[in-house]
Design a protein around this ligand. Structure first.
Ligand code: NAD
Length: 348
């Protein structure tokens, strides 16, 4: 048996990862520690909650006592838990620093106290956003200087530094992955693609920041999960691995594709005033990951189709979230004024 402690497993990527792990590794035993913030949703794992190799613990990674108890037998830690929404970090960054940086520190600090040799890997899930905007003529590689430009990405960069410090100082077998924009089932509807899809399904406008020409490298969550398993198996402690599929698309292309798949008109797109400090392009060099034997399995077009189908068929899942007063308050704050002043054509 391999005993995994997974944090943030009730969120988007964490829930997909746990499902993937239980399905593909017959000797994996999973404890999922999640604080169930607004982004954590037990429904994401409803189908496996009674699985004999799965256990859920409701708790916070910032709480050392809780972490100590759930980490006692762990052989592999995978840290997904974080505040993850850039727009929210622009409204108030306190929770980002507390969870993403301090929470990661608590996990590392407890990991460092485990008996020598018990912990095989401490996989920390980071993001391409720590690089800031990619240079115009190339992709970001693992050795590039970090240049985070939002409170979210700065918190993720801080967590990475803490990870490397605990690797160097105490020998915690840390591996860091920096993945690009991930999409697929169970992603919270505050994030760009699920927001586009669910707004379109409700015949509501799709708010697109600025001129919609910001480029992201779109990675299907299944491919992301397979990359994480491979890095756990073949990656080296102290190393960082970029994860991306090479699907660079503008936000406008992504919104347009979602509308096309849903048979909805392009006139639903509304260009709204841009996000502060909005990074223009993220792009990742992935030679290091590919050398471990990874390549994406799902074409972007097929992944988009599967994702749109999932949201179309799981209306109750996202409607409940969108009706939640916490979501409505956020949406109003973020988009109401912007949509009032929006236009159907990109600003000059
Ligand atoms: P998410 O917001 O969907 O889920 C985050 C989960 O963490 C939730 O279940 C939440 O309840 C839990 N959580 C938050 N604070 C916690 C705390 N203090 N203690 C315990 N649990 C807590 O996030 P996601 O999109 O699945 O992202 C997961 C990880 O992957 C994050 O670390 C994120 O930075 C990283 N990442 C995400 C993307 C992406 O495109 N979504 C890309 C690259 C990296």
């Amino acid at each position: 048996m391999t005993r995994y402690l997974i944090t943030g497993g009730c969120g988007f990527i964490g829930s997909n990862f746990i499902r993937h792990l239980l399905a593909t590794e017959p000797d994996a035993e999973v404890v999922n520690l999640d604080a169930l913030t607004y982004a954590g949703n037990p429904e994401n794992l409803r189908d496996i909650e009674a699985h004999p190799r799965y256990r859920f613990v409701h708790g916070d990674i910032r709480d050392a006592e809780t972490v100590r108890a759930v980490m006692r037998d762990a052989q592999v830690v995978v840290n997904f838990a974080a505040e993850t929404h850039v727009d929210r970090s622009l409204l108030d960054a306190g929770d980002f620093v507390m969870t993403d940086v301090y929470g990661t520190f608590v996990l590392l600090n407890e990991a460092a106290k485990l008996p020598a040799g018990q912990l095989r890997r401490f996989l920390h899930i980071s993001t391409d956003e720590v690089y800031g905007e990619a240079p115009p003529d190339r992709s970001s590689s693992e050795t590039d200087r970090l240049h985070p430009r939002s409170p979210y990405s700065a918190s993720k960069a801080g967590a990475e530094m803490m990870c490397l410090a605990f690797y160097e100082t105490y020998g915690v077998p840390v591996i860091i992955t920096r993945a690009s924009n991930t999409f697929g089932p169970y992603q919270h509807p505050e994030k760009a693609l699920p927001l586009f899809i669910t707004n379109a399904l409700e015949d509501q406008p799709l708010p697109l920041y600025g001129d919609g020409q910001q480029i992201r490298d779109w990675l299907y969550v299944e491919d992301h999960c397979r990359a994480l398993c491979l890095v756990l198996e073949r990656g080296a402690p102290g190393e960082t691995y970029n994860i991306a599929a090479g699907n660079e698309r503008t936000n406008l292309e992504v919104a347009t594709k979602a509308l096309e798949l849903l048979g909805k008109p392009r006139s639903l797109i509304r260009f709204v005033s841009d996000r502060m400090g909005h990074d223009r392009r993220y792009s990742l060099e992935t030679t290091k990951l590919r050398a471990l034997g990874w390549s994406p399995c799902v074409r972007w077009e097929d992944a988009m189709e599967a994702t749109v189908r999932w949201y179309r068929e799981r209306r109750a899942w996202w409607e409940r979230i969108k009706r939640d007063p916490r979501f409505q308050e956020y949406y109003r704050r973020q988009y109401a004024a912007r949509l009032e002043q929006s236009s159907g054509v990109p600003p000059p």
